[in-house]
Design a binder for this molecule. Structure first.
Ligand code: ATP
Length: 407
């Protein structure tokens, strides 16, 4: 019987990682069970990026297991969470076990909205989903119900418990990135290596991509150069799919969007920019590279909504700035061909040569430029779909799961 297990909220800012709980759970499972009993890849699902109580990237994990009794899956997950979670402060681990994973509306809701714990519990009771633990059940449930039917990506996560983390040779990352992109992505941005997280978590590096063969090649070449025992797991993810933009609700702590004339732009602390668009304050961080806003007359911006002083403020994640540079000239006199001049009254022009007074409109020369803004590599949000991925949607499904998906 295929049973879906979801896990979330097992780590703190400075310790642990929910993906590592899953890694250890699957390694334990494989000690006594065949690999075929694990359905496809485990899933690493990013949820609402604007949730106030996330630790880092609001990730939750899930997997489909072929077991004789769903209780086996629950016991295994309980063991893994007990053994590998770090219950400090606000950490509130949750486990979900379900025989169905088709309630995709829960996933879409969790990506774009805030789900109170008691609401999630009510849904689970109705759907016959078994749950254990605290607030983590919200993310765990959403991960189980993830809809990856149209688009998904892969991430290979390599682990080590040794501290400090082994250092990653930047030149090799650059070389491997060049030779495997666009089937791997977000590896390096300028001189900044993106594949290694800097916290105290056990992740040595993560390689994202659309082809399992390219990410395994990348990882094995790296492993060969660094001082770490090779241990890794490939996840199926919703990263880089832009799924969080599928539904925009314009409420606090959700993804929202604003469109309109830029009324006012002023630099604020740290060189960041604050723009007023249709009475909404839009904050654009200097390091995102959204500098063109100050020249834009019309802005379409999306990002996270947070409560502001009088209304909601938008923390910009991306958008389109419509820049209009205008040059304005007076037309020629229709009677004698001289250049007309202002007649001193609004809307009227006068010919300095023949004295004609006319209401001809002035000649406006608009140069409009659409600029697609993308954050700098180091600032990219997990769900942000890079332009390099356009056209690769659904590619992951073409490849079978390779034998080296877990080592
Ligand atoms: P990491 O990236 O290291 O896994 P994290 O950023 O995923 O950490 P968690 O520690 O998992 O953060 O905490 C996120 C919490 O938010 C979890 O308890 C999860 O159940 C909850 N959560 C996630 N999405 C929603 C949502 N849409 N509505 C309500 N709660 C949510």
């Amino acid at each position: 019987m295929i049973t879906w297990v979801g896990i979330d909220d097992t780590d703190t800012y400075d310790k642990g990682c929910t993906t590592y709980v899953m890694y250890n759970m699957l390694k334990e499972f494989l000690k006594t069970r065949g690999e075929w009993r694990i359905i496809n890849y485990p899933r690493l699902i990013r949820l609402n990026p604007n949730i106030p109580f996330k630790t880092r990237g609001n990730a939750a994990v899930s997997v489909g297991l072929n077991v004789d009794d769903p209780r086996e899956a629950l016991e295994l997950a309980e063991w893994a969470v007990d053994a590998y979670s770090h219950r400090v402060g606000k950490t509130s681990p949750g486990i979900v076990v379900s025989v169905s994973n088709n309630e995709h509306w829960i996933y879409w809701k969790a990506l774009t909205d805030v789900i109170p714990l008691n609401t999630a519990i009510r849904w689970m009771s109705k759907l016959g989903v078994v749950y254990r633990g605290g607030r983590g059940v919200v993310g765990a449930l959403a991960s189980v119900m993830a809809d990856l039917s149209l688009d998904s990506t892969l991430e290979l996560l390599a682990y080590s418990e040794s501290a400090p983390k082994p250092s990653i040779p930047i030149n090799l990352v650059r070389k491997l990135s060049d030779s495997t992109s666009p089937l791997t992505f977000e590896n390096i941005s300028g001189d900044y290596v993106l594949i290694q997280p800097h916290g105290n978590d056990p992740v040595v590096f993560g390689i994202r991509g659309d082809s399992p063969h390219h990410i395994i090649h990348f990882a094995s070449m790296l492993m060969n150069e660094i001082d770490a025992e090779p241990r890794w797991l490939i996840y199926l993810t919703n990263q880089a799919t832009g799924h969080h933009l599928n539904s925009i609700v314009n409420k606090p702590y959700t993804t929202g969007y604003v469109e309109g004339s830029v009324d006012e732009v002023r630099p604020v602390e740290g060189g960041n920019i604050e723009a007023k668009v249709n009475s909404t304050l839009v904050f654009s961080y200097r390091h995102y590279g959204f500098k063109s806003i100050d020249k834009a007359t019309y802005l379409i911006a999306y990002g996270g909504f947070k409560p502001g002083i009088n209304s909601l403020d938008l923390y910009m994640e991306g958008g389109v700035a419509l820049m209009i540079k205008d040059t304005v000239k007076n037309p020629r006199c229709p009677r004698c061909g001289s250049n007309l001049e202002s007649a001193g009254r609004v809307g009227l022009l006068k010919c300095p040569k023949c004295g004609l007074i006319t209401g001809l409109p002035r000649l406006m020369n608009y140069i409009s430029e659409l600029i697609l803004e993308e954050p700098r590599g180091a600032e990219i949000r997990h769900l942000h779909k890079p332009t390099a991925r356009i056209g690769l949607e659904g590619l992951v499904k073409v490849f079978n799961r390779p034998s080296l998906w877990i080592i």
